[in-house]
Design a protein around this ligand. Structure first.
Ligand SMILES: [Mn+2]
Length: 208
């Protein structure tokens, strides 16, 4: 735990702080893990996801989600900056520094500082990862399915449907959904159901 933020109640300030945390992490000499995973505080992990690090071990610098998604109108144009996996190497550190400077440039654009839209941090992240994906930057990016590793939908019923269908390993309770008891209970119920089906299947296979 690194307590370096002042109390804040505005969305745009809060959402931009993720980049301050990441920058702090890469500058901190004690952050010497080989790999790292960044998760927004509104994410919930339901299962081990170590397989996302295998391609990083082989070749890639950064793994992310929603780079190519077109599903929800609001988010279709941006990659998620709230969930990513990285190799703690020079490439990643350079990526973060470039992200910080592009983000500062975008901050001056008032379109990107309105509350509850898409922030300058998200836009700058997207621009860098898209350029990397198309070979215009030296960072090697790999895109993972957001259905499994960053489950989020604008529409709540669609989100429940996705959870039932894909059994995500990382849930993203965006828009303060984690503070809504009904939503959390509904999601837990879906997982209970999934687990009981798996157990029933195992019992059946075991009896053969
Ligand atoms: Mn989030």
């Amino acid at each position: 735990m690194v307590p370096f933020f002042q109390k804040n109640t505005t969305w745009i300030v809060g959402t931009a702080r993720r980049l301050d945390s990441i920058k702090h992490y890469v500058l901190d000499t004690k952050s010497n893990y080989d790999y790292l995973c960044f998760l927004d505080m509104d994410c919930y992990v339901t299962e081990d996801f170590e397989e996302v690090f295998y391609p990083l071990k082989e070749l890639y610098d950064i793994g992310l989600t929603r780079l190519i998604s077109q599903e929800d109108k609001v988010t279709a144009k941006t990659a998620t900056a709230g969930v990513f996996f990285a190799k703690n190497n020079d490439q990643f550190r350079n990526f973060v520094f470039e992200w910080v400077s592009l983000s500062n440039k975008y901050k001056r654009n008032s379109k990107m500082t309105r509350d509850h839209k898409i922030s300058f941090v998200q836009y700058s992240f997207t621009e860098l990862v898209k350029a990397s994906f198309h070979g215009l930057k030296k960072y090697k990016m790999i895109n993972y399915s957001e259905k499994i590793y960053n489950s989020e939908r604008q529409d709540l019923q669609n989100w429940y449907k996705d959870i039932k269908k894909y059994n995500p390993k990382i849930l993203h309770y965006k828009g303060n959904r984690f503070q809504d008891r009904n939503i959390v209970t509904s999601v837990q119920r879906i997982y209970k159901d999934i687990l009981s089906k798996i157990t029933a299947k195992r019992k059946f296979n075991g009896s053969l």
